[in-house]
Ligand binder design. Structure first.
Ligand SMILES: [Zn+2]
Length: 231
């Protein structure tokens, strides 16, 4: 079976991407990052999802001691928008400097060792926060890095980097997830986190005000279904 490394954050997009890769016949190997986010909730979601789909995963822990993002510093306030339409006009303070470059570097190393044919990442450049490392041109550039910077690339056996959601709206992502039977209730999007699953019912946790909540809510609203997180 062909192998793929999948970057799994525990959010909606990366989970749909994981199920997409599996549906395309790949054996997924997930990378989950504990990089000092302001909450652990998405990490426990990612682990539950990896276990549910029965795939091998690594949880990599590190910190970025220089910070540089409101996602890394609990003492700062997360930006809030009135509605999803305001999101993505400017790069917000939740941008984590060079995050996807860091993650993809780990993925590339892992893929080369296990001889994976592909790396999957759930980046999206439509209903998104305007992060530069989520845009198609970034992935075009990183594909060159994968070719030029690895032994396997020099042997002309390319590691493909797939971004199946990059040009989809959040509603299209939700619809795709429904088709792939993604366990939405296990996913976690809110930047503000929440209590562990066992102590709080889902419905009280997501803040409903951060970019990630607004975009998720927009997706489910446009499809016309209730987010299973709230059921
Ligand atoms: Zn939120």
């Amino acid at each position: 079976m062909k192998k793929a490394v999948v970057l799994l954050s525990g959010g909606l997009d990366s989970t749909v991407t994981l199920y997409w890769a599996k549906n395309k016949g790949y054996q997924p190997y997930c990378l989950i990052f504990d990089y000092g986010q302001r909450h652990r909730r998405e990490i426990s979601s990612a682990i539950k999802i990896a276990k549910k789909i029965n795939c091998k995963y690594h949880l990599l822990k590190f910190t970025l001691p220089w910070g540089g993002s409101t996602l890394l510093d609990k003492k700062t306030n997360l930006p809030q928008q009135k509605n999803a339409e305001e999101i993505g006009k400017n790069i917000p303070s939740t941008y984590v400097p060079a995050r996807n470059t860091i993650f993809l570097s780990f993925a590339l190393s892992y893929a080369e060792v296990i001889k994976a044919e592909a790396i999957f990442i759930g980046a999206n450049a439509l209903d998104y926060s305007g992060y530069p490392d989520c845009r198609p041109e970034y992935y075009t550039a990183f594909r060159e890095v994968a070719k030029k910077g690895t032994k396997i690339g020099q042997e002309k056996k390319e590691i493909k980097i797939y971004t199946p959601l990059i040009r989809k709206t959040k509603a299209e992502i939700v619809k795709l997830g429904m088709k792939l039977k993604v366990p939405f209730a296990l996913t976690w999007s809110c930047y503000a986190g929440g209590e562990p699953f066992r102590t709080e019912p889902f419905r009280v946790n997501p803040c409903g005000k951060c970019d990630s909540c607004l975009l998720r809510n927009k997706g489910f609203r446009e499809v016309g279904i209730i987010d299973p997180l709230f059921l």
